[in-house]
Ligand binder design. Structure first.
Ligand code: HSE
Length: 309
């Protein structure tokens, strides 16, 4: 997280989208993407919540608003009352698509609440509040810190390591037009796994983190194999199984369901054109009668940013 030092007053918080899991890193690994939820906070005599834009038309414009509730979480952790303010909210993160829209909102709110109080919480405290609220740290950690983040959440707290993305690693996302709720996509998962599945998951997650940390882009395709969640979720996402099996034949370095879906993430080498991969993904969409868009994005490295007005 980047925070300039300056006097309290009006400020803007921008929290990025994120892609969780990256295949085998279920609930523990994610990366940050440069689509943002923005919260503008102006201290004033009474609290006013102002969601802006069509995407937030159904969002509450009162204190029950999720972002305002997140601001309160920061205040509660700090043991303080939130001072009144005008809170304007807008987002370019597609909702319920597996791109961390709720994590971006949560992190933006927690950071905004902390800022309004004069920053009583440090980075680790901000992450712990967010991870406990979300139930897993794989979206909130990259949303807060940017880059690629491996994180754990257990009774001892939240622990994380942030990696700068390796050179030449870019992301292509296929964002379908339909929404898929995380609760629905979690409900299809088994309650228990065999030891063989557990060993497969932890060995591939370990290899993936090691490959990302030393820039072994050639290993991504193999390391991103997963049997913990993608296979169970495939029936909810038309085209996913094909993309996981075939994307490498069309220029992808690896592919995964983004978070709980329905967005699908492919890695590409930024030194090469993605035209072939786009053609392939549009073909998958046509074959599956899927509406949506295909987008190339860099991995965001800034995480959540606070700007003073
Ligand atoms: N790790 C989570 C999941 C991300 O796959 O369900 C979605 O919040």
């Amino acid at each position: 997280m980047q925070v300039p030092s300056s006097r309290p007053g009006a400020f803007t918080v921008r929290a990025p989208a994120s892609s969780a899991n990256l295949g085998p890193g279920f609930d523990s690994l994610g990366l940050s993407l440069p689509l943002h939820t923005t919260v503008r906070v102006t201290p004033q005599a009474r609290t006013e919540i102002v969601p802006l834009g069509e995407d937030l038309a159904a969002t509450p414009a009162d204190e029950s608003n999720y972002i305002y509730q997140a601001m309160r979480l920061a205040a509660r952790r700090a043991g303080q009352d939130l001072p009144p303010a005008r809170v304007e909210i807008e987002t370019e993160v597609p909702l319920a698509r597996g791109l961390g829209s709720s994590a971006a909102a949560l992190v933006a709110g927690i950071v905004a609440g902390n800022e309004l109080l004069g920053r009583p919480l440090e980075d680790a405290g901000l992450l712990d509040v967010a991870a406990r609220e979300e139930g897993h740290p794989d979206n909130v950690a990259p949303a807060l810190f940017g880059g690629i983040v491996a994180a754990t959440l257990d009774k001892l707290g939240t622990h994380y390591v942030r990696l700068d993305p390796p050179a030449h690693l870019g992301v292509t996302v296929l964002i379908p037009d339909f929404e898929l709720s995380t609760s629905k996509a979690r409900a299809v998962l088994p309650r228990e796994y065999s030891r063989a599945d557990a060993v497969h998951a932890l060995s591939h997650a370990a290899l993936l983190v090691a490959a990302l940390s030393v820039g072994r882009l050639d290993l991504l395709r193999h390391a991103m194999q997963d049997y913990i969640h993608q296979v169970w979720r495939a029936p909810l996402v038309p085209g996913l199984s094909d993309i996981l099996e075939e994307a490498h034949l069309h220029g992808a370095l690896g592919a995964a369901l983004s978070g709980a879906g329905p967005t699908v993430l492919c890695f590409h080498d930024t030194r090469e054109t993605t035209a072939r991969l786009h053609d392939y993904l549009h073909g998958v969409m046509r074959r599956n009668e899927l509406e949506g868009r295909v987008l190339d994005l860099p991995i965001d490295t800034a995480g959540t940013v606070v700007e003073r007005h």
